[in-house]
Design a protein around this ligand. Structure first.
Ligand code: CUA
Length: 192
């Protein structure tokens, strides 16, 4: 359009049907934004995030995924201390961190807390899982919780959940990873 249009008012014509669809689109966007906000902040639904990158070849010897050596563990347990860096009590009774390696075809550790952890995890505690794989892609799902993500070599996946009820919660591999896939599971025990 040129400047010669003079006093004529510039007006973009929008078809009424088109206008209606624009309105519908805006409403849908707003509804989705509200749904995401409610899911994230009110229902506590989280998206698994990539916490950090690690080397899958050396992860089994890397703190805190590596258990203490047999010697160190014995000496530590003789003092009645907490002797498993893979299961950490951050705030007693409230906050715990668990570091798990997935590999063909087991989780290490596969019992949480471990005997050498030296503590129990009580109901009402928030547990954050840091899971990585040292070989192929695995899955990690803790039953009856929101924890369900992939365990990928070289990456650490993490999610937190609060265990309200005492009991033993199984965790399983949810990605087909070979002949031993079905036998790949473990559990976390929450005390009363
Ligand atoms: Cu590991 Cu399926």
């Amino acid at each position: 359009m040129s400047a010669e249009t003079g006093g004529e008012k510039l007006h973009m014509h929008i078809d009424p049907t088109e206008r209606r669809w624009i309105r519908v689109s805006i409403v849908v966007l707003v509804v989705f934004a509200i749904a995401v906000t409610v899911a994230g902040f009110m229902l506590g639904i989280q998206v698994p995030t990539e916490e950090q990158r690690v080397d899958p070849r050396s992860i089994a010897d890397t703190a805190p995924w590596a258990p203490l050596s047999a010697e160190d563990r014995e000496a530590c347990m003789a003092e009645g201390a907490h002797c498993d860096p893979r299961v950490q009590e951050l705030v007693p009774g409230e906050k715990y961190a668990v570091y798990i390696i997935a590999q063909m075809w087991l989780f290490a550790p596969n019992r949480v807390p471990t005997p050498e952890s030296g503590f129990e995890i009580p109901a009402g505690a928030e547990v954050t899982f840091y899971v990585t794989s040292k070989d192929v892609q695995h899955g990690f799902k803790v039953q009856n919780t929101n924890v369900n993500f992939m365990a990928v070599p070289g990456e650490v996946s993490t999610l937190s959940t609060t265990f309200e009820d005492p009991g033993t919660y199984d965790f399983i591999c949810t990605e087909y990873c070979g002949t031993g896939h079905a036998a790949m599971f473990g559990s976390i025990t929450i005390s009363g």
